[in-house]
Design a protein around this ligand. Structure first.
Ligand code: NDP
Length: 490
């Protein structure tokens, strides 16, 4: 696999509405490449009128095309064809993803694109596998629970994994017979628009999936508050999730699925195993996508007997990454999304140090990376209970280190006042792992691993300020349907 030239990648401009790209007259917004900070494209923001066009078309087409009413098997077949086309278009999609987001092209080719296609295939399978219920009523009547689509689902995705996030939102919503209007982050608009174009080529009726471009404040807000949008599915920060939830409450009392931020602990016990292997697992857990992942394992809580050995190995591992442009096939270590994110990471580290934290390695930007914001993997120790780095979602490659003596202390350190997205438990003592699995306030607990698999049947989602509802799994499919109770007297 080879490098590509970012200037050669064709970008389709405009919003994808009713099966075609349409231009908009809204405010122009410049888009920059994370790798070198170069301005490479412009989008025009969808204002309330354009959002209304997209939502109105979605509502009309889901009915007139038969999408909501057809056999679920037909919907599944269309989603499968969509997945096939995504695989055929792999190179172009990978380049679109790599030019504008933080995903290195080799990861985009080997992970993002096949993962996106596989997630859609999973929901193609769901379409005719899960249904409602029949209840044990008296013999002269029949009680049923009948699932039906909501109508139009408004989806809002972040910039960290644009393709995967789009598949997590569109797969279950479309399989369940809804139409979708999706707003990707204004920072990463293009790969998602291409997905929608491929959906139409695969036979998903025009207008059933529309992609609108623009900022959260204008376009996102118009989508959430539109009266024909019956449900909202959002992934992003906890603050924005809360704002969306209140808007959804005020404008139609519509349900929301919120996949929000995290500050996930990694509990490592003395018996966790080989120190090299543990260090590698921890390293990947907080540096994948340069730490810009909601599930990043950013708080290491480690038992005193193994702490020094693992920390030494982590320090050495943190010095190895070589930052590179996302369009180079050799790149493994990627940039932060933009200067705003870089400044956020820098500010929190400075505050943490002012509060007494010690930087063991990293703590700054790589100095040979021009306009791109490449941040060195950073270890912070001596973080007191009030230290900002323990509380804030940094969304950069920053790991705090705390030590503990026993399980009780480990659990107390692990619980977070706000977040409850994910936790890692590393020990061969299974009763202990199971006790912690029960006790941790986390939507996901990984034991002796710290990363997702391609088992799409396992849902993902947070507790507390990390949101509610699930992406992936049967649960996400079921959450894209409403259930009608029916009682028939014979
Ligand atoms: P946001 O949560 O603000 O943005 C995520 C998505 O929501 C984007 O598409 C954004 O649009 C949209 N949005 C923003 N405001 C609104 C609104 N009022 N109504 C509807 N949609 C809205 O994240 P940011 O990009 O601003 O990043 C800030 C911080 O959020 C990061 O530092 C990180 O800590 C966290 N984050 C967490 C993510 C996660 O997966 N948990 C993902 C991304 C960020 P647009 O950006 O186009 O304006």
């Amino acid at each position: 696999m080879t490098d590509f030239n970012p200037d050669d990648v064709h970008l389709s401009s405009g919003h994808f509405i009713d099966g075609q790209f349409v231009s908009a007259s809204g405010q122009a917004m410049g888009i920059k490449r994370p790798s070198d900070g170069q301005h490479y494209a412009e989008i025009h923001e969808a204002d309330a009128r354009t959002v209304d066009d997209a939502v109105t078309v979605a509502e009309a087409r889901r009915i007139s095309s038969g999408w909501s009413g057809c056999s679920p098997r037909e919907r599944g077949a269309a989603l499968s064809r969509w997945a096939d086309l995504i695989e055929k278009d792999s190179e172009y999609l990978a380049q679109l993803e790599a030019v504008g987001s933080t995903r290195p092209v080799t990861d985009a080719r080997n992970i993002e694109v096949p993962f996106t296609a596989a997630a859609l295939r999973f929901y193609a399978e769901c379409a005719d596998k899960y249904s409602g219920d029949v209840f044990p009523t008296q013999h002269s009547s029949l009680g049923m629970l009948v699932p039906e689509p909501y109508g139009v689902i408004g989806a809002i995705t972040p910039w960290n994994f644009p393709l995967s996030m789009a598949s997590w939102k569109c797969g279950p919503a479309l399989a369940a017979g809804n139409a979708v209007v999706l707003k990707p982050s204004e920072l990463t608009p293009f790969s998602t628009a291409r997905l929608a174009e491929l959906a139409v080529q695969a036979g998903i009726p025009s207008g059933v999936l529309n992609v609108i471009q623009g900022s959260g404040k204008v376009t996102g807000n118009a989508l959430v508050t539109h009266p024909l949008v019956r449900k909202v599915s959002f992934t992003g920060s906890t603050a924005t999730g809360a704002a969306i939830m209140s808007q959804a409450a005020l404008h139609g009392t519509k349900p929301v699925t919120l996949e929000l931020g995290g500050k996930s602990p990694q509990l490592v016990f003395d018996d966790a195993g080989d120190a090299d292997e543990i260090a590698e697992r921890l390293f990947l857990g907080f540096t994948v996508n340069a730490g810009q992942a909601c599930v990043s394992g950013t708080r290491l809580i480690i038992q005193k007997g193994i702490a020094e050995r693992v920390t030494e190995k982590l320090i050495a591992r943190c010095q190895k990454p070589v930052p590179g442009m996302t369009w180079h096939a050799s790149t493994r270590y990627c940039p932060l999304i933009d200067a705003r994110q870089g400044e956020k990471v820098a500010t929190i580290i400075a505050q943490s140090v002012a509060q007494g934290a010690r930087v063991l390695v990293g703590g700054k930007r790589y100095d040979n990376t021009k306009e791109g914001w490449f941040w060195q993997p950073t270890l912070l120790e001596n973080v007191g209970p009030d230290n900002v780095a323990l509380h804030e979602e940094i969304f950069g490659p920053v790991l705090t280190i705390q030590t503990f003596t026993d399980e009780e202390e480990a659990l107390a350190l692990a619980q977070h006042a706000v977040f409850g997205l994910c936790a890692g438990v590393h020990t061969v003592n299974m009763p202990r792992a199971m006790r912690l699995m029960r006790a941790l306030d986390s939507g996901t607990v990984w034991v002796n691993r710290y990363r997702r698999t391609w088992d799409f049947i396992i849902p993902t989602g947070g507790f507390q300020g990390s949101g509610f509802g699930k992406d992936l799994g049967r649960q996400a499919f079921e959450a894209c349907q409403r259930y009608k109770s029916v009682l028939i007297d014979f």
